[in-house]
Design a protein around this ligand. Structure first.
Ligand code: HEM
Length: 439
């Protein structure tokens, strides 16, 4: 028997086509329930596109600022988490010290936008929720792939948001490493977002260029004409809300979250940071500003920071040990600088202490390439931090001894702590005991 000619490349092969048709014929019990459950006439390309446009304008900022957080940790100094990411990273560079508010801005935006966008993400998911119950789940291989990418997109944003929110509350309920999960989750989510935007952007543009519904009141709210994506309800019910009311609920939710969040970065509004207790003041007076890790949590006691405390400086074979009185006798410099926590809060304070470059010179290192700073803390990821040349030699880079005109409190790092412009808070090492200058 002669062999039959192979099918042309673009012809659907028989097996998948039969599979899609078979799936369409065999509707599982409850497959029609979605038509009855999701009947809102406001769902459709316009509402989905408005919410999509907001996310399209803002999510890239969340992604970029997240990647910048990884760079700010200093991958070149081998101290970014996760450490070993192979080629999967953005271009790395030494995190600059200017403008001094850089990390405050990038990480503040990352966390605040991540929180503020929650209602928008939920609104967007609500606008497409009937699609999750579509039967058959796909009508072609291409559509199947697209729907799989949606699993990564929706799963990705929910995962990133959940892990991010738990992280800023220090609620490590998930039992896996936050950095690794949030990092790889970010790449999966970003890839799915890029694919989704590439597929849907033309539809978004068409929907937004078409007739607008922002002014239509509820009594004149009607479904849009049936659309190729099937967003419009097949059996629409009467409108109980206008589209603008839906947008107002979403926008109002976002504004409320913004009002409860922004105080963690704005000193005058600190009391309103109800959602982010770590960004609130811890008391009155010059040292009442927020603390992430207290001395008690770090196991640093007044005995270890008392008269017996010494700062050891090392450069090559040279070692210099200084007590606090000798440090106070060196040239003091005052700088007004923000301290910005990776969990999003930040605050500007007036710090006084010895310039790091003066300490390097004292130790015999005229132009140090790096400084490794060690804390009295015995455990914890951040008991040691490395600074690059720019961070050591900046004129405002200090070993701070005082803040706002008084001695540092124990919780703020007494007897001495690092403060460097634009340096992530976790690297502004507290309770410093040793600095090793290299190069
Ligand atoms: C929407 C998608 C999101 C993406 C793509 C994303 C991406 C990233 C990336 C790439 C990092 C650096 C991770 C690392 O250093 O290993 C990061 C850090 C961080 N993200 Fe997100 N993120 C998202 C949402 C959120 C949300 C909603 C929050 C919380 C409200 C959040 C909170 C954080 C925090 C606190 C860090 C800093 C962790 C640290 O350095 O200690 N993220 N994010």
């Amino acid at each position: 028997m002669p062999a039959s000619p192979p099918p042309p490349d673009d012809a659907p092969s028989a097996a998948p086509a039969a599979l899609w048709a078979g799936l369409a014929r065999h509707r599982p019990p409850g497959a029609d329930a979605a038509d009855r459950a999701w009947r809102s006439p406001v769902r459709g390309p316009w509402l989905t596109s408005v919410l999509g446009a907001v996310l399209l304008a803002t999510l890239p900022l969340v992604i970029v600022t997240g990647l910048l957080d990884w760079i700010a940790y200093g991958p070149r100094l081998d101290q970014a988490f996760p450490r070993d990411v192979g080629w999967l990273h953005p271009p790395v560079f030494d995190w600059p010290t200017r403008p001094a508010w850089l990390f405050r801005l990038t990480q503040g935006l990352h966390v605040a936008l991540g929180i503020v966008l929650v209602p928008v993400v939920l609104g967007k998911l609500w606008s497409v929720v009937p699609k999750l119950f579509d039967w058959p789940p796909a009508r072609s291989t291409a559509q199947l792939l697209e729907r799989l990418s949606l699993v990564l997109l929706v799963g990705g944003i929910l995962f990133q948001t959940a892990t991010g929110l738990l992280n800023i509350q220090y609620a490590y309920l998930f039992g896996f490493d936050f950095y690794t999960a949030h990092w790889y989750g970010a790449w999966i989510f970003t890839a799915a977002l890029v694919a989704h935007v590439a597929i849907k952007l033309p539809r978004l543009v068409t929907a937004l260029r078409g007739p607008g519904f922002a002014r239509t009141p509820v009594e004149r709210t009607r479904p849009e004409p049936a659309d190729p994506d099937g967003l419009v309800a097949r059996r629409p019910g009467p409108a109980t809300m206008s589209r603008r009311a839906v947008l107002a609920v979403v926008g109002g939710g976002a504004l409320l979250l913004a009002a409860l969040t922004v105080g963690q970065s704005v000193d005058a509004l600190r009391r309103t940071a109800l959602l982010l207790p770590r960004g609130r003041r811890i008391g009155d007076g010059p040292t009442g500003f927020p603390v992430n890790r207290s001395a008690a949590a770090a196991g640093v006691t007044p005995e270890r920071t008392g008269p017996g405390w010494r700062l050891t400086l090392r450069a090559g074979n040279r070692t210099v040990a200084l007590d606090r009185a000798r440090l106070l006798a060196l040239a003091q410099h005052t700088a007004v600088l923000p301290i910005a926590c990776v969990e999003g809060w930040s605050t500007t304070q007036t710090w006084t202490g010895v310039r790091l470059r003066d300490l390097a010179a004292l130790a015999g290192s005229a132009d140090p390439a790096t400084a490794r700073v060690r804390s009295l803390e015995r455990a914890g990821l951040f008991r040691e931090a490395a600074l690059h040349r720019g961070q050591v030699t900046d004129p405002d880079a200090l070993l701070a001894l005082r803040v706002n005109g008084v001695d540092l409190s124990l919780d703020h790092g007494y007897p001495a702590r690092i403060i460097v412009p634009a340096l992530p808070g976790v690297h502004c090492t507290k309770w410093v005991t040793e600095i090793v200058f290299d190069g």
